[in-house]
Design a protein around this ligand. Structure first.
Ligand SMILES: [Zn+2]
Length: 286
């Protein structure tokens, strides 16, 4: 009787401590203009690949991948002689987790460092806090941590006609990928729980009331801002006659689709949005 070894996948542990010096074999994600360098062999670079070997203060610790330190370095230009420079969307569609999350973290950390250089209270130049992704003002002591923006998205179902499958509410946005049928989503406001944010966004965007809100999962998201974490939910609209009303500004359309006849143009397969849709889809009956 043969037993295959269980499938293994890399383990990425985020971290911000640089308590050991960088080794040439450590991973080093190079970031330029919102894109990451991929070597000609398809891997992310190692420290030894960085031209001129970036000096230590320029290497930003990201954590460890299977115990090997991972660093990020901001690069001036997307020099094509070094390899291919890819945005997060292209990377995430081709990488397995946790490499997509690691790529997103590199982009977010480098972007945050570039956009948080001065104190927002007194305009002095901020200093790094050792061991953290945070900066502190040397003059007024303002503490500036790297912040995440939480956002919610929700897959809403309602009963179908008698004998027919339930239906899923999908919406089209007036910006971005306007053809894609997506889920109701939005940022969490200060002072609001994730659940309250779902109810508010659903009411604002499509004018519906939902219940049976259930947490589904979450995903770090590097696309729609520097540091977003998406929290996905499922919910139910008990009234089979409930119809969505869109404002025409943020959303252009909202429609109920039978769960066995969802549209082709759905969010990308690496997104929690798509995972939510697939979790409620039922096979088509022919
Ligand atoms: Zn200050």
């Amino acid at each position: 009787m043969s037993s295959d070894p269980p499938p293994t996948r890399p383990v990425f542990l985020p971290g911000a401590a640089a308590d050991v010096p960088a080794e040439p074999t450590d991973h080093c994600l190079m970031v330029a203009d919102g894109k990451l360098l991929v070597r000609p062999d398809g891997d992310f670079p190692r420290v030894a690949d960085v031209p001129g070997r970036a000096t230590e203060p320029d290497l930003v610790p990201l954590g460890t991948l299977d115990g090997v330190p991972v660093w990020a370095v901001a690069w001036e230009t997307d020099d094509a002689t070094l390899g291919r420079w890819l945005g997060w969307r292209e990377l995430a569609s081709g990488l397995t987790e946790p490499l997509a999350a690691l790529a997103g973290r590199a982009l977010q950390v480098v972007t945050w460092r570039r956009s948080h250089r001065y104190c927002g209270a007194c305009t002095a130049e901020l200093a790094d806090v050792p061991g953290e992704h945070a900066r502190r003002c040397p003059d007024c002591q303002l503490y500036v941590p790297m912040q995440l923006s939480p956002a919610v998205l929700v897959a809403i179902r309602r009963p179908g006609p008698p004998g027919a499958p339930e239906q899923l509410l999908l919406v089209r946005h007036s910006y971005g990928s306007t053809e894609v049928w997506a889920l109701v989503a939005g940022f969490v406001e200060a002072g609001e729980t994730l659940e309250q944010a779902v109810h508010r966004e659903v009411a604002e965007e499509v004018g519906l009331r939902v219940d049976r809100l259930v947490y589904f999962g979450s995903q770090p998201w590097a696309m729609s801002g520097p540091s977003v974490v998406l929290a996905g939910f499922t919910a139910y609209c008990p009234d089979p006659m409930s119809e969505p009303v869109v404002d025409g500004r943020e959303l252009t359309q909202a429609r109920w689709f039978p769960l066995d006849a969802l549209p082709e143009a759905l969010p990308p397969t690496y997104s929690i949005s798509r995972w939510l849709v697939e979790s409620v889809r039922v096979p088509a009956t022919t």
